[in-house]
Design a protein around this ligand. Sequence first.
Ligand code: MG
Length: 386
Amino acid sequence: MMKNVSILGSTGSIGRNTLQVIEHLSDKFNIVGLAAGKNTKLLKKQVEKFKPKVVSLERTEDAQEIMQAYSHLGLRVVSGREGAEEIAQIEDNDIVVCAITGINGLLPTLAAVKAGKRVALANKESMVVAGSLLKKEANRTGAEIIPVDSEHSGVFQCLVKENRENIKRVILTASGGPFFRTPKEDMQKITLEEALNHPRWKMGAKVTIDSATLMNKGLELIEAKWLFDLHPQQLEILIHPQSIVHSLVEMKDGSVLAQMSTTDMRIPIQYALTYPQREKAPVASLDLSQIQSLDFFEVDTNKFPLIKIARLALKEGGSFPVALNAANEEVVDAFLKKKLRFSEVYDVIREAVEAHDTREVNSIEEIFQIDREIKMKTRKIIEQRC
Ligand code: MG
């Protein structure tokens, strides 16, 4: 049966890859809604090719432009956060792909969970800041949250036929990013261009920088805790430069399950759409004799100290992950605008969160309140350094 899909973040890296998957599986999936940011040019192409019923853009002026261009198609055009939320809640949706980056994706992701359909989750920050609320809401509405993040898709695939109570530990792999082999003393000299040049994955700017600092793996630890109901001590990280093994799950009897594939985001995206079925995919076969060796290393937390703060956030829970995510978003933004050096990233984040009093968070409003406070504080710290 044909399934209706909407994508929140359709012009981003995950959104574009999702549309490739859907183009290939066009006899099984149909696009009904697309929510984009500011890239009207690409959204127009997507409208022409996939003929959605509703699209949304961040800005009203961009929405008007699209509306005028496609009035003859009977296309409904909405805008802003409410627009993205409307796409998340289209009655006809069977699956909503949540691929807006950062806490900006939280309310649209929550709207999708509230609608009680399948949520293919790529927006890891929403799980980091509101995992407890999203899980509670999913239990209430029956929404099915399927991870798109490659490591979490790997864990999810390993656990399909397993009883989760039998998990001993979960190991998320990390490519190590572009600076895995950079000597610690040379970390001072890293440029924006070098940080944006990821050796394995081609992704959006925010997650690419997070991969260079290893904060991405820190966020993924917290994401995994919520997705798989794990205790912090059950979660580990291993550096695996080849990015072939996406994660490992050790069961209580000593068996270790691993999920492997070529490094291609279309694989986890497709799985989130087709689960529990599998479909053919136009991806290269994994040739291990070509790759020859799979290496694994411990994380050097002296070189990548954000992992230590992320571990603390994982353990403390409550508002701490919200604060850490806020400081990180602000710092990544400043680094991308060249207002901050790579070597300052850790110090600024640490300063922004060290005085934070961890408290319980029980509402979305509290989460946004903490997010605003910490972002303001982080901006001040950055300004003082300029
Ligand atoms: Mg990942």
